[in-house]
Design a protein around this ligand. Sequence first.
Ligand code: IMP
Ligand code: MG
Length: 187
Amino acid sequence: MSSIAIPALTSDLVRILIDADTIARRVNDLARQINTEYKDIDDKLILVGVLKGSFIFLADLCRKLEIPHEVDFISLSSYGNSDQSTGNVRMIMDTRENVEGKHVLIVEDILDSGYTLDYLCRNFTSRNVASLKTIVLLDKPDRRKVDVEIDYLGFAIPDVWVVGYGLDYAEKHRTLPYIAEMTPVTE
Ligand code: IMP
Ligand code: MG
C-alpha cells in the first residue's frame, strides 16, 4: 500500500484545525443524511457548488451520494483578495442549466458574515426552484452579520482565517488536504 505524505505546515500557517480523516468522516456522515432525506425525491438533486472554495468538498460529497444527482457551479465575488466581506455580492458566472422547478442544494465552503449565502438563497428562491437547501462545510458563527439557514453543516469553527480543502487566502494553500488556521493577515 502506498502512503501519501501529509504536507508540512508552512510558516504562514498556525496549526491544523481539522485533519483529512476527520473531514472525510464528516463528509460521509453528511452524504448519508442527504441520501436518507432525499431518497424519495421525484427528480434529480442539483448540487450547485459555489466556486472556487467548494470544489473539493463538492467532489468528495457527490461521490458518496447514492441518489440521482447532477453537479453545476456558480461563481460569485464579494471579497476580492482581502479577508473582509464587503457585503457587496456579485454573480460572475451563473449555473449552466436552468434550475427552475428543480431540487437545489447549494454547496458552500464556509459561512462567515453570511452575505454570500443570503444572496444565493434569495437569488435561487426567486427562480422558483422545487426545493432549496444549503450545505456548508465550515461555519464561523461569531462573524455572522445576516441570519441565514444552514441545512447541513460540517463543522463550526472559531473566528480565524482558514485555508486548505478548497479554501484559500489570495489563492494560496487551496489544495492542502487538511484545514489549517492561517497566521492573521494585516492589511
Ligand atoms: P460571507 O459572505 O462573509 O459569509 O463569506 C463567505 C465567503 O468568504 C466564503 O465562501 C469564502 O469564499 C470566503 N471566506 C470567509 N472566511 C474564509 C476563511 O477563513 N478562509 C477562506 N475563505 C473564507
Ligand atoms: Mg465560498
